[in-house]
Design a binder for this molecule. Sequence first.
Ligand code: OFO
Length: 167
Amino acid sequence: MLNLNVEKILVAQIEKEAYSSNLYLAMASWAENNGFEGTAQWLYTQAEEEHTHMLRFIAYINERGGKAIIPALKQPPMEYIDIRDLFEYVFKHEKYISDSINDIVGICIDEKDFSTNNWIQWFVNEQIEEEKSVRNIIDKLNLLGGHSLYLFDKDIMSMRAVANNQQ
Ligand code: OFO
């Protein structure tokens, strides 16, 4: 049976993962409307991944005798200044998610819930990868300095493939 404080923080994370998925959908839509087809693809794939993260939390909470609650979500921002602004936002958001995963680890340790602590380690590693992959994209954009965005957009899915192969 899940400890109540652990259940509470895991349920809160369902909402954060669901919001991440919607945020990346909103960004994908912006990218599509602004001619960044490759970036839109990257973001749609990212949105799907966030959806699977949410499902992992729902399944785990229910499996351990807790009650997964499906949240109402706030509207994600739909407008971005440019592609760099969008990826800075992704990075900021992923750092926020990493902090909240670390908070879950903290509660698991406080409550001596070592099985959930063990389970959540997958997310700890996932956040390292997600931050790294977005940092690489921002580095690339900095190098380009606003030039060759067409090539950047064509290249972005292969950057994702490289990041995944390195895992
Ligand atoms: Fe669910 O990892 Fe990004 O937010």
